[in-house]
Design a protein around this ligand. Structure first.
Ligand SMILES: [Zn+2]
Length: 511
């Protein structure tokens, strides 16, 4: 065998296919065929396992840093390698495109993949949508709940782009990072986008404060770190007519300014500390920064957004995106609830603020299934946007289970229902259990309908940690069974995801 032609060449592809066909029970992912120096590599499946196969161009034992075991296809030696962390590291050292890149201030889409097997489908969906994929997107909270490591998340993304032959670059977002240790963890795994979550520093009680309390809290802010004085800051905001390029005027009262600073002053200094930590500790590591204030208890007002953005700008912190808490409800797993006209009007002004301070993107968190919001943002066709989704991919995995392993789905549904009171605690949701049919009574062909029902979706959504972590005796083995069923029905799983994400992406197609 001799494969030295470029691999866009049909002939070369068919030669590899011949080699793989000569091996019992392997099926090839055609887009995964890549060449590196004297070897050709591809991903192939055998049963429930995927492998990286390394073949030397002359058919001899491949000389490579990948580790695996040698098998034969006729006279050709093939090295069969596990999709392990070690091999993923070698992959990243040989193929640039399997490393994350900075996405910048361009439209982008975040695909959380809690199971680690949805990446290829995400890429198929995003390919022609005009969005840059942020393929590895992982919050610390989800890492704990799914018992995965940041490295596993990164490896899954690298293998995905390799399998799909996706060479256009993907982002990697360490989501909701609260401490410098969180940053260390994500840098170590190679993440390049850092979403700072300063919610622990938000002072929510400002509205209830008396004038005296507010004044003393205002004076007690860390003014040295803010690099300003209580008086100068007031003067700057009180007497400057703030007009956005939309014509919108922000006229804060003295009380508004003090409230804004007391509420967000330490958010500003914490964010700056986190940003300086990254650049000082990892000067050679590529990084881009998002600020997320989406997990506060009230929508972010335009003045609050303006205040935080202008102060960070003054202090030299550059953002690639900012996630305000928008008006209305962004509950998990279902569409937006609230006033879409208000959302549209505020979105336009939030965007105008972003434009004034470096044209960063607005980031929409809890973005799964917010179809009516996408319609609005897509039809506005203004500025750049970043959307974060995660839970919705897990739900498509469960749809696949409902379609091909009905009894197992019934088990997961019943378990998730039992877990609901406990698991809902840290989420913003409103599911009504009385409206969900008992899964043991549902007919087989009705099971996928649970995935179209808002109440059932939320119940399944919040239970993911209990289902996947294996901590609870009743859920022992769930993850393995789930993964095996999805491997066995990969095409269906991919096509469910792809269909579902076309629904997410197509409202933006006017953009
Ligand atoms: Zn968030």
């Amino acid at each position: 065998m001799n494969i030295d032609q470029p691999l866009t060449d049909r002939e070369a592809v068919s030669k590899i296919q011949d080699v793989i066909e000569g091996m019992d029970g392997y099926s090839l992912y055609e887009d995964s065929i890549h060449e590196h120096e004297e070897v050709v590599l591809c991903i192939a499946r055998k049963g429930l396992e995927k492998h990286l196969l390394v073949i030397s161009k002359d058919g001899s034992i491949p000389n490579t840093e990948f580790t695996g075991k040698e098998i034969k296809s006729g006279s050709v030696s093939v090295l069969e390698c596990e999709l392990s962390h070690e091999n993923a590291s070698v992959l990243r050292s040989k193929f640039d495109f399997t490393n994350p890149v900075l996405i910048g201030k361009t439209d982008s889409y975040g695909f959380g993949d809690r199971l680690g097997n949805a990446g290829p489908a995400h890429l198929r969906a995003v390919k022609e949508a005009g969005f840059k994929p942020v393929l590895a997107q992982q919050s610390i909270r989800e890492l704990e709940r799914t018992k995965r490591t940041a490295e596993e998340v990164m490896d899954a993304a690298s293998w995905s782009v390799f399998q799909e032959g996706y060479h256009d670059g993907f982002g990697a977002d360490g989501d909701h990072l609260k401490t410098t240790q969180d940053i260390d963890r994500m840098v170590k795994a190679g993440f390049t986008m850092f979403t700072i979550d300063p919610s622990d520093y938000v002072v929510n009680e400002v509205k209830q404060m008396t004038e005296e309390e507010l004044q003393s809290s205002y004076e007690n802010l860390p003014w040295e770190e803010i690099e300003d004085t209580p008086k100068d800051l007031l003067d700057r905001f009180e007497f400057s007519d703030i007009e956005l390029n939309t014509g919108y005027k922000i006229n804060p009262s003295i009380r508004d300014i003090k409230e804004g600073m007391v509420k967000y002053g330490r958010v500003i200094t914490h964010t700056r500390m986190m940003a300086s930590y990254i650049s000082a500790t990892y000067p050679d590591h590529p990084s881009e920064l998002e600020l997320s204030v989406d997990e506060t208890n009230a929508p972010t007002t335009l003045f609050e957004h303006y205040l935080v953005a202008s102060e960070l700008d003054r202090l030299g912190v550059e953002l690639v995106s900012l996630a305000p808490r928008f008006c209305g409800d962004f509950e998990k797993g279902i569409d937006f609830k609230g006033d879409l006209d208000q959302f549209r009007d505020e979105y336009v002004e939030h965007l105008a603020i972003a434009e004034k301070f470096g044209s960063y993107k607005l980031s929409i968190h809890s973005g799964s299934d917010k179809f009516s919001v996408y319609e609005v943002v897509g039809s506005l066709n203004l500025g750049a946007v970043h959307v974060k989704t995660a839970g919705t991919s897990y739900l498509e995995a469960l749809r696949t289970i409902a379609e091909c392993e009905p009894d197992f789905f019934r088990e997961i549904m019943a378990f998730s229902l039992r877990r609901f009171d406990e698991d809902k605690k840290t989420y913003h949701i409103s599911a009504d259990l009385s409206k969900i049919e008992d899964p043991s009574k549902a007919r087989e062909e009705e099971l996928p309908e649970y995935l179209d029902d808002n109440n059932a979706r939320q119940v399944l959504h919040v239970a993911f940690g209990s289902v996947l972590s294996g901590d609870l005796p009743e859920a022992k083995g769930f993850k393995k069974r789930l993964m095996n069923a999805l491997e066995k029905n990969e095409e269906l799983h991919y096509s469910n995801l792809e269909k579902h994400f076309h629904k997410h992406l197509s409202p933006f197609s006017v953009k």
